[in-house]
Write a protein that binds this ligand. Structure first.
Ligand SMILES: [Zn+2]
Length: 189
């Protein structure tokens, strides 16, 4: 059996198995042969799993799932504190607990390395632009995550986005325009 890779709450492995076989012809017209069709997936001790195109792809997905990001300890601790007081889906409790563990283990360290897999879904719940004035660490953390993973914005939970859209239309502006108005500039540094 493959060993689990990684430390902490997210340790992954990849599995490959034969899903069937297909007949492979030869271009010169001579007899073909049957070749194995392989399938692969990545899985994590947290319960996450994802199919890959092949083993290399599954490894890539596993690595992406294990990725961590450096953020300010005080920002992470503030996020955990805020979201502990909010109603979040039960399925996100493990992610919040993992972030809490990372923040507590930091001690006096100014930066910590939480997993993106935990930080991203919690930030998605916290992504309420009208809270930014009170909680400036939220846009800071969102900017850090989006810089580390440029392909996928953090996004918002639907109810929050719907609320923003209603607010924007009450002000007679499009959602994007309204968002630019209410979102403070995030320091690039
Ligand atoms: Zn995991």
């Amino acid at each position: 059996m493959t060993n689990w890779t990684g430390t902490g709450a997210h340790r992954t492995r990849t599995i490959e198995w034969q899903e069937g076989e297909r007949y492979k012809t030869k271009s010169n017209g001579s007899c073909g042969r049957y070749v194995a069709v392989m399938a692969a997936k990545a899985e994590c001790t947290c319960g996450w799993s994802k199919r890959g195109e092949d083993r290399a792809d599954a490894r890539w997905r596993a690595r992406a799932h294990r990725a961590t990001i450096a953020v300010a300890t005080k920002d992470l601790a503030a996020l955990v504190m805020l979201m502990s007081e909010h109603a979040i889906p039960f399925s996100l409790f493990p992610a919040l607990r993992n972030l809490d563990d990372v923040a507590r283990a930091a001690g006096d360290d100014a930066t910590v390395q939480p997993h993106l897999a935990d930080l991203r879904p919690i930030l998605q719940q916290a992504n309420r632009p009208w809270l930014y004035i009170e909680h400036p660490y939220i846009p800071r953390l969102i900017a850090a995550v989006e810089q580390a993973d440029r392909w996928e914005p953090v996004g918002m939970i639907d109810s929050a986005k719907g609320w923003c859209e209603r607010l924007a239309s009450a002000h007679g502006v499009e959602f994007d325009q309204w968002l630019r108005k209410v979102t403070p500039e995030v320091d690039a540094a």
